[in-house]
Design a protein around this ligand. Structure first.
Ligand code: ZN
Length: 299
């Protein structure tokens, strides 16, 4: 649905990220997908160096970052910096389950009428190329590639037609899951199985809707040791971005920086026969067209 221009908050088209150089982490702008980094906070010291603070600063920070990029200065080679998670310590990490038509089919489950909501803790967030721990407490470690979005402008009871103007942008998330803890232990509560330390790699950047052809029509896939294990399209999403925002914000005030994972397509290890569990030394790559790829070694 088209939105009135006055309500669109396109993040000035900037692909926002966090990077580390000389031991300091700060906000930057990705010049192009997988491209060089513009060190905007060095050009304009008024720009917050932390992404959540940057998003809280709203239009002023976005305008300052766009002006910094326009100077053409402060360009750093991507190889000269470490790409960090695009944000740490959001107030909330909210997840949507059973949100791909083809993933429901794989489980012989009906497509949910309302979004199925659960959560991870922000402490699970790690860098896009971080190692993921295989803890001794689980024997059923599983992969889930997901489209995630970051709230730019907060709100309560946000209407679907306004929802996209509350989105700072989209990123790739890996909803690492310990199925034994998610599904059988801990009284059936999913929480622990979803939120061990390192269970939420995200990144590399936060890509605004205006920089994407159509966020709800992008190829999404996961590769395990180079072999494709999940391969779908965000057009299979049951509850799209706007519907998720409208539903969640009925109950919970969304804040700048809140991270929402929108669910995984089919192909996860637990529904395979026999099941396919992650083991030490595995490399998992989660990729969404036009957004990026994250790569995690299981240790
Ligand atoms: Zn998930």
């Amino acid at each position: 649905m088209a939105e009135p221009a006055s309500k669109v908050r396109p993040c000035n088209g900037l692909r926002l990220l966090q990077f580390e150089k000389d031991g300091v982490c700060r906000v930057g702008v990705e010049a192009a997908p997988n491209g060089d980094i513009v060190d905007v906070t060095r050009i304009d010291s008024s720009i917050p160096t932390d992404m959540v603070a940057f998003l809280e600063a709203g239009e002023a920070a976005l305008d300052a970052a766009a002006a910094a990029v326009a100077t053409g200065e402060g360009v750093l080679g991507r190889d000269s910096v470490k790409i960090r998670a695009p944000l740490f310590r959001p107030e909330k990490v909210i997840c949507v389950g059973m949100n791909y038509v083809d993933h429901c089919t794989e489980q012989n489950m009906p497509v949910p009428v309302e979004p199925v909501i659960f959560s991870k803790f922000a402490s699970a967030i790690v860098d896009p190329n971080a190692d993921v721990e295989l803890p001794p407490e689980t024997e059923e470690l599983d992969f889930e590639v997901e489209l995630a979005f970051v709230i730019g402008r907060g709100g309560r009871r946000i209407q679907e037609e306004d929802a996209m103007s509350h989105v700072a942008g989209f990123t790739v998330a890996h909803d690492v899951s310990a199925r034994d803890w998610q599904l059988r232990k801990n009284g059936g509560q999913w929480l622990i199985g979803k939120t061990f330390d390192t269970f939420c790699p995200i990144g590399p950047s936060i890509v605004p809707p205006s920089a994407l052809s159509d966020v709800h029509n992008l190829g999404i896939r996961c590769r395990l040791n180079g072999e494709t294990v999940q391969d779908s399209n965000t057009n299979q999403l049951v509850h799209k971005t706007q519907a998720c925002i409208s539903f969640i914000s009925k109950f919970i005030t969304l804040k700048p920086g809140d991270l929402i994972l929108t669910g995984t397509p089919p192909g996860v290890g637990c529904f395979r026969k026999p099941p396919l569990w992650l083991k030490k030394g595995d490399v998992v790559e989660c990729e969404i067209d036009e957004i990026g790829c994250i790569r995690n070694l299981i240790v």
